[in-house]
Design a protein around this ligand. Structure first.
Ligand SMILES: *Cc1c(COP(=O)(O)O)cnc(C)c1O
Length: 368
């Protein structure tokens, strides 16, 4: 090539490392000729989709010659009644990841500061750099968000703050009172994105916040949720944000006109009514978390206590050989080098037999 297009690109984008998704099972199959692979790499729902969501998506496929409803009327109505928020406060996203980017594009100018925590979800630094903004990464406290330090990091150039509760990949969470104190300390014009991708898994008695309950109180709060985890629709790509109506109006101005396809809109609206499915998902996760935690204790492997559907192991040494050994045994987990956590591996809680297989494979990997 006679022109180096990397040198032509926006420097903050050339400097980005691309988001590295979990290794697809098909890729491992091709590389190693393995047939029996389990994927515990991307915090997906091990139960498969809700039958009600599948039926709705199939019916919607009969209408794919038409554009989707660009306003997402039915899905917003379903969300509005499920969560008791007005549809004018809802923005739909092609996964919540799209919303994390949209909010930055609305508010962040080149050179502005965006704050997030060390070890927080990697989409935040990517969204920040894509806007040519200055990332302000605040050191974590016991792997979790240090909300006091984060509030203290606000300057006159701060536009946006990302919080994840519970956080991926650490599984840490902060309390309702800590969040309120943080929101009270942050200037009212600084937008705070509260990413609640794992909120469904959180024990209701644990004293953790429900961001949607704070929306009326804090005009600068944007809560993002997803259908990719507990609702089992990762492959269809649907998320939503709840905010004050001005912010949702602004985000709606720049989103792609038809960003949620017809099958995804129908499936998401349907799964919201499938409380049996959600209950089964949460029961499976609770039992699996006990099974994996007990197994790790038996193997004397340390791990971070997690409020989500995954757990992060602290192997106290380079995790890559363990990761590779697990791969050779057909078990895909997530290495955490992109988070500067080279001694850690993240594993999604799976079905009982998947968890057992992971633990057995880990035991073998640790012996080498
Ligand atoms: C998985 C995840 C998301 C959701 O991503 P989608 O784009 O909705 O699939 C968002 N935030 C965090 C912290 C996650 O782990």
């Amino acid at each position: 090539m006679s022109i180096d297009f990397y040198s032509q690109a926006v420097p903050s984008i050339t400097a980005l490392s691309p988001y590295r998704p979990g290794k697809p099972a098909g890729e491992l199959q091709r590389e190693m000729g393995l047939s029996d692979i389990i994927s515990l790499a991307s915090n997906e729902n091990p139960l498969g989709p809700s039958p009600r969501a599948l039926a709705a998506a199939s019916a919607a496929l009969m209408r794919v010659e038409r554009y989707p409803d660009g306003a997402g009327f039915e899905l917003k109505a379903a969300l509005s009644s499920a969560y008791n928020v007005g549809p004018e406060r809802i923005t739909l996203g092609n996964g919540s990841n799209e919303l994390l980017n949209l909010v930055a594009r609305v508010f962040v100018r080149p050179g502005d500061e965006v704050i997030y925590s060390q070890y927080a979800f990697i989409a935040y630094p990517i969204a920040t750099r894509a806007c040519q903004a200055h990332p302000v990464e605040v050191p974590a406290k016991m792997y979790g968000h240090d909300l006091t330090a984060m509030a203290g990091a606000v300057t006159e150039r701060t536009r946006l703050i990302y919080l994840a509760n519970p956080n991926n990949p650490t599984g840490t969470a902060f309390s309702d009172s800590a969040l309120r104190a943080f929101l009270d300390a942050v200037p009212a014009h600084v937008v705070v994105v509260l990413d609640e991708a794992y909120t469904e898994y959180v024990d209701v008695d644990a004293g953790l916040p429900n961001g949607l309950a704070l929306i009326d109180e804090y005009d600068n709060l944007v809560v993002t949720r997803t259908f990719s985890k507990a609702f089992g629709l990762a492959g269809l790509r649907v998320g939503f944000a709840v905010s004050n109506p001005q912010i949702s109006d602004l985000m709606n101005r720049i989103r792609e006109p038809f960003n949620i396809n017809v099958a995804a809109q129908a499936a998401a609206a349907a799964v919201l009514t499938d409380s049996d499915y959600l209950q089964q998902v949460l029961d499976t996760n609770r039992r699996g978390m006990v099974q994996v935690s007990e197994g790790l204790r038996r193997l004397a492997v340390e791990f971070l206590t997690s409020q989500g559907n995954f757990v992060t192991l602290d192997l106290k040494r380079d995790a890559q050989p363990i990761f590779d050994s697990l791969l050779r045994q057909g078990v895909i987990v997530r290495p955490l080098q992109p988070y500067n956590m080279p001694h850690h591996l993240r594993v999604t809680i799976g079905l009982e037999q998947e968890n057992a297989r992971f633990l057995a494979a880990l035991e073998r990997a640790l012996m080498c």
